[in-house]
Design a protein around this ligand. Structure first.
Ligand SMILES: [Zn+2]
Ligand SMILES: [Zn+2]
Length: 535
């Protein structure tokens, strides 16, 4: 048995333990062991046989005995048993319907069914209401969810970073393209899809079903398969004939309204061919939300960004020093980076007092000596107090290169008060940008009550820019509101709000969100050179 085969078995075991709602720690331990074995430089089978496998990182006594069983018998008995008991496809279907694994197994026992297909049949025959605990209302909900199986959606959208990780991972494992909501960079992704090209789809459909990300198949047709992840998130694979790959990609990318307006789609091997045959210009996926056939505007690109204007350091809740953040930004090819730590009113984390701001200024100056001509900007993310005043006095703000203002506490104000509060802050002569203007956390906290049109007016009058915050759970302004701001003539800033060096990578999310709002290079403040920032 080679390392990959051993790792696959351990991974399957981990997935089944998760499905069984067993000890989460055990499942993680098996997954980690699988990873170690997959990456091991030496063959693992002889190590198991000679009793030395525990020298590998993360392999303890329990896992060692499973490995011995596997190497000696070619099987893990408990894995086979779990597979018999659990029928992962049934549990996956259950999760997708909103049922926990235990409940799915109970229902299956009560109905005496073993597979997802048998469950569907029993449901169609009206037998669900025979199960203890399922009333007419639950039955109706389950039947309704089952009827929507051919257009599967997760119960809650996935954040864009997680959706890219999942869909991008599957696409690269199968040599296909990511499509669906991630390709349009929607802030919360529901339709997760991958498109591949092959004359004969069988092999790809099989490889998809065997991917570690996919625990159960809920739907299969000749050139299409839908699997669910262990969290019950459905992912679709479309295998197009090579001469129709472009057509399948346009269709799977969506949105539904955009594609419907282009139908009937001509067959073509790539997207460019589809658009040529339609005699319309190619359309960036970020703009495919509504019917559109015109020449697209020259949207801002990642390469146009000259610097990042919002990040944190260990002075507040960041994890890296001023200098480390500066080096990382310089390594990304930026010309500048604004250090914008919090002020005391933020509450939950440390904030900078006027004295701290000045001491941090010395540290930034010292780092600039080392990093020149790259430039760290002295900035701040200054809290907007409930009455609209700022959390630092004007004489401190006046020393800084870049002042961002943001609302953190007291976000449940009614719309008039909240709008007034933010308006007041934008009137401060030192404020250059409003951070995460709407204050939402995707799927967790709704937007602040704000009259955005009024804010656009004030921002325009005061020359204040609005941020497109790149944190995956914020993406604030959203694309739709970026478009509103730009129509009103208000410029935007693409920022990451990074709390670590890795966080700087979220610029892709910010730029994509700006593109969804039709932003061109000229609309984005930080596509400009340093001197345009230091006005
Ligand atoms: Zn903030
Ligand atoms: Zn911040």
């Amino acid at each position: 048995m080679d390392n990959a085969e051993i790792a696959d078995k351990l991974e399957a075991f981990a997935s089944l333990l998760e499905l069984a709602d067993a000890n989460a720690y055990a499942a993680r331990a098996y997954r980690r062991a699988a990873e170690t074995i997959r990456g091991a430089a030496v063959p693992v089978e002889p190590l198991v046989k000679s009793g030395r496998v525990r020298e590998l990182r993360g392999i303890g006594r329990g896992i060692e005995s499973r490995l011995r069983e596997l190497v000696e018998t070619g099987e893990i008995a408990e894995l086979a048993e779990l597979e018999r008991d659990l029928s992962p496809d049934l549990v996956g279907l259950g999760r997708y319907l909103g049922l926990g694994a235990k409940r799915s197994v109970e229902i299956a026992r009560a109905l005496d069914v073993r597979t997802a297909d048998e469950l569907r049949e029993a449901a169609a025959a009206g037998r669900l209401k025979d199960v203890p605990g399922i009333g007419p209302k639950t039955e109706a909900q389950l039947l309704e969810a089952l009827s929507r199986e051919d257009e599967p959606r997760p119960r809650r959208g996935l954040l864009l970073n997680r959706a890219w990780e999942l869909v991008g991972g599957i696409a690269s494992a199968l040599g296909g393209e990511a499509a669906g909501d991630v390709r349009r960079w929607r802030d919360s992704c529901e339709h997760l899809a991958v498109v591949c090209a092959a004359r004969d789809p069988g092999q790809l459909l099989g490889r998809f079903a065997a991917l570690p990300q996919v625990v159960a198949v809920v739907e299969q047709a000749e050139r299409r398969i839908v699997g669910v992840t262990v969290e019950g998130v459905p992912v679709e694979l479309v295998v197009a004939a090579p001469d129709r790959f472009g057509t399948a990609l346009v269709r799977a990318t969506g949105s539904t309204a955009y594609v419907a307006a282009l139908e009937p789609l001509p067959d073509a091997p790539d997207e460019a061919g589809v658009y040529r045959a339609l005699s319309i210009p190619w359309c960036p996926p970020e703009l495919r939300e509504e019917p559109f056939r015109e020449e697209p505007p020259p949207l801002v690109e990642q390469e146009d960004i000259r610097g990042d204007l919002h990040c944190h350091t260990t002075w507040s809740d960041g994890r890296m020093s001023v200098e480390e953040m500066g080096r990382a930004a310089r390594d990304r090819g930026y010309d500048y980076l604004a250090i914008c730590d919090h002020t005391p009113a933020v509450g939950a984390v440390r904030g900078l007092t006027p004295d701290d701001v000045r001491r941090q200024g010395d540290e930034i100056a010292a780092a600039n000596e080392l990093l020149a001509p790259f430039r760290l900007l002295r900035g701040i993310e200054c809290d907007i107090l409930p009455d609209g005043r700022l959390d630092l006095p004007d004489d401190v703000l006046s020393e800084l290169d870049w002042v961002q203002a943001s609302v953190h506490g007291g976000q449940r104000m009614p719309v008039r008060e909240m709008t007034k509060r933010v308006e007041e802050a934008l009137r401060n002569p030192y404020v250059r940008c409003l951070s995460h203007p709407k204050g939402r956390y995707i799927n967790r906290r709704p937007e602040n009550a704000l009259d955005l049109d009024r804010l656009f007016e004030v921002a325009l009058e005061e020359g204040v820019a609005l941020e497109v915050n790149g944190l995956p759970d914020r993406l604030d302004l959203s694309g739709e509101h970026v478009r509103g701001a730009l129509r009103a003539g208000v410029p935007i800033v693409c920022s990451t709000d990074a709390h670590s060096v890795q966080g700087l990578g979220n610029m892709t999310l910010s730029v994509a969100t700006a593109r969804r709002g039709w932003a061109t290079t000229a609309d984005v403040v930080n596509t400009g050179p340093l001197k345009s920032i230091l006005r």
